[in-house]
Structures are given as C-alpha cells and as structure tokens.
Design a protein around this ligand. Structure first.
Ligand code: ADP
Ligand code: MG
Length: 421
C-alpha cells in the first residue's frame, strides 16, 4: 500500500468544482487519493508549462511555485544556471534543492505572494536570490529576483511567478562607477580646497608685499635723484637697475593682486549692457587709441548677466592687446557678438602681428608672454585675467590666429541666465 506523506495531503487543494467524490467518500483508498493528488499536479504542471513555455528562451531565470513550494515550471535559463534539469525539479519542493529558502527572510516574502497576492523583490545582492549566487561552475553571480503572484489553476489562490535576472555586470558597472565618482569627488574637493588656499595666499602675499615694495621703489628713486651725477657712472647704472627692477616688481604685484581679487571680491551678477561696458573700456583706453590712431568697427552688443567692472576689464584687456600687438598697419579692430542657442559668442578681431597657433593656449596662463620686455611692455597677466573673468561668468575664451595675419579672440557668455556666484 502506498502511504501519502501527511504534509503533501495537507497542502492539497481540492478544486471547487467538480469536487471529486473520492474525497467525500470515507471509503476512499489511499492509492486513489495519491493518484488524484498526482493527477492534479500533473494537470497543473501541464497547464503552466503550456502557458509559460515562451519563457523558456529568454535570458532570465523563470520558475513557477505552487503554494506548497512545489515547482511547476523551470525554464531553460534556470537549467543552465543551476545545472538542475527541469525533468528533475518540476513536481518537487524547491526547498529540497535549496534549503536556504526555509530561512524566515525568504519564507515571509514568498508567503506574502502566495497567500496575499502581493509582489515581492529580493534585492540585487550576493546571497539574496532564491537560487544560490554561486553557480555550480564556481562563478559568483548577483541576481535580482522578482516574485509576482499569478492566479492558480483553481482560481482560488496564487502561484508565485519567480523571475531571476542576472545583474552581475550591471551591478559591477554601477559599483565601479560609484567608486570612480567618489574618488573624483574627493579629488575635486581637494583641488578646490588647495586652489582656494593658493588664491588666498596669492592675495595675501601680493597685498602685503605692496607696502614694502612701494618703500623700496620710492627710496631707490630718491637715491637716484639725490646722488645723480655725484657717484660714478657705474653707480648710476646700478641705481637705475634697482629702480627698474622694483618698478617692475610693483607692476607684477599689482597685476597679481587684481588677478586674485577676481575671486576674493565677487559681486552678485546683474543684467549688464555690453555696449555701455565697451564705452567705458574705450574711455579708459582713449590715450592708447589716439596715440595709435586705432580704428574700431563694431556691431551691436547684447545685455548679459554679469559683473560690470569685470566685463570692462575683459574688453579693455583685449582691446589694449589688439592695439599693443599692432603690425605696421594702422590698428583696425572689428568687434561684435552673435547669438548661439543658449549663449552669446563675442569676437574681437585685429590686424596685428598675430600669434603662432602653437602658443594659443599658453598665452592665457598667468605671466606667460611671447615677447621680451624690450619688444613690448607688459606682465603677461592680461589674458589670464580675461580667462578668469569669462570662466567666472560661465563662458569660454580662445584665440584663432596666425603670425602676420592678425588675431581673433572669441569668448562666450551665457544668454541671460541669472548666475549668482
Ligand atoms: N592681439 C594680440 N595679438 C598678438 N599677440 C597677442 C595679442 N594678445 C596677446 N598676445 C600675446 O599674448 C601674450 C600674453 O598677453 P597678455 O596676457 O595680455 O600679457 P601682456 O600683454 O602683458 O604681455 C602677449 O605677450 C602677446 O605675446
Ligand atoms: Mg596684455
């Protein structure tokens, strides 16, 4: 005689209709009952296999569990991952293969699906899936398991449709990306901190050096005036060198100070009419313009959001360079702006000596010059200031030029975006 294990009988759900008379009959033989149980299960397996056979060919593990954790469907993907053929597992209790699902964390969630029809998710972590994360071939995988309730064959309860997705690559990529992001943020924070420190240092140093330098300059000048022609020629020359050196140092310190002030003394940005900005810059440069008989042609300039003082400085530096680095021809400057989507593109074109394209990035660095002091005066900070101003305003600056063909400086400023820095 075949004895039906009690747990199997207790899990057996009797279809509502037609209710098999065998169960209403106390004389039912255990064998008939067993056959009936098997029959129900085979029937369920057949129905489910037919319904879900399409899921056999997707790269996601699919399985259907009955309320008593008996496997009704096991797709090809799961066969491959677990190396357990469907012919073996279907019809058996899943916990016979994977005992870990008897743990409360799995049981609670599976019951929630099977009893209440609620969905459940097992997060994408190692050792969180319904099937082991270490595959028989030793590979460690990360699986995202989603369990959805589907109505059972009797229409009285639920099966659990389990979808197991291999998310190892995606998770690893996300992890690598997070690590990289964290490192970058750390580097960026460190860079910002050291930049701020450096700027503060440049500001303090240039500010505090001004006073002693003024004394050195004025006393050497005084020395030169007082003892002019009283000492020998060599002494006069030495004093001249000292005055010259101190004056140059003063100019450098002043420029450095105005460069670092761009960061330490930021004002809030306002709508600023670039036409008025240009006029102020031209007013400051009137002597240079007249001396060189420079001609300026311009197209209308827009209103932007910015710091007026800084923008005057920007125009002034670019126009003064356009005149200072003039060729034999009379300086002719062409200046304008055009709208480009979310920004304005400004240009200042000159007919001066031009720049070797290889130097076109270096000239924007602080104290970088392409000429000696004897050829052209200057400290090499003008374009570094321009770059900082443009970047403070959220734009970019660059130059297109060739020796002997004049230069065009371009810079962009955002199109009326209110930026408070
Ligand atoms: N319009 C221009 N035409 C030719 N060369 C230029 C022009 N503007 C700048 N330069 C070159 O770029 C260098 C850096 O310019 P800048 O930073 O203004 O410093 P400075 O004018 O004090 O030398 C200059 O020394 C010069 O060689
Ligand atoms: Mg200059």
């Amino acid at each position: 005689m075949v004895v039906i294990p009690l747990p199997l009988l207790s899990h057996l759900r009797v279809p509502a209709s037609p209710r098999p008379h065998v169960f209403l009959d106390n004389d039912i033989s255990t064998l008939t009952c067993y056959q009936w149980v098997l029959g129900v299960m085979i029937n369920e397996i057949e129905q489910i296999t037919q319904k879900f056979s399409v899921l056999d060919y997707v790269p996601v593990g699919f399985c259907v569990l009955r309320e008593d954790f008996v496997v009704l469907f096991w797709n090809n993907c799961l066969e491959e991952w677990t190396q357990i053929p469907k012919t073996e597992v279907v019809g058996k209790n899943l916990s016979t293969y994977f005992t870990h699902i008897n743990q409360p964390k799995y049981q609670i969630r599976l019951r929630q699906v099977l009893a209440n029809g609620l969905p459940a998710i097992f997060s994408a972590q190692l050792h969180q899936s319904l099937i082991p994360s270490t595959l028989p071939n030793g590979q460690q995988r990360i699986q995202q398991t989603t369990v959805t309730a589907i109505p059972n064959a009797q229409g009285e309860g639920f099966y659990a449709l389990i979808a197991i997705q291999d998310v190892t690559e995606v998770t690893n990529r996300i992890q690598a990306y997070r690590t990289e992001l964290k490192q970058r943020t750390q580097i960026e924070t460190e860079l910002k901190r050291s930049n701020a420190e450096l700027e503060q240092f440049a500001y303090v140093a240039s500010h505090d050096l001004q006073e002693p330098l003024r004394m050195v300059t004025s006393f050497t000048k005084l020395l030169g005036q007082k003892y002019a022609n009283q000492l020998d020629e060599q002494a006069d020359q030495i004093i001249n060198f000292a005055v010259d050196g101190a004056t140059r140092m003063q100019a450098l310190i002043n420029d450095l100070l105005s460069y670092s002030r761009l960061n330490t003394q930021k004002k809030s940005f306002q709508p600023t009419d670039c036409q008025a900005v240009l006029e102020k810059a031209l007013y400051n440069l009137q002597l240079l313009i007249v001396e060189n008989n420079a001609k300026l042609r311009q197209s209308p300039l827009p209103t932007v959001i910015g710091d007026e003082t800084q923008l005057v400085q920007l125009f002034q530096n670019l126009i003064s360079n356009a005149i200072k680095y003039r060729s034999q021809q009379t300086p002719a400057i062409d200046l304008g702006a055009e709208r480009q989507k979310d920004k304005w593109l400004f240009w200042i074109r000159d007919n001066g000596i031009g720049i070797n394209p290889e130097q076109s990035e270096r000239i924007f660095l602080i104290f970088q010059r392409l000429h000696t002091r004897n050829q052209y005066s200057g400290t090499g900070i003008g374009l570094a200031i321009c770059k900082k101003i443009v970047e403070n305003h959220g734009g970019q600056i660059w130059v297109k030029s060739a020796p002997g063909e004049g230069s065009t400086f371009y810079f962009t400023l955002p199109y009326l975006v209110d930026r408070h820095t």
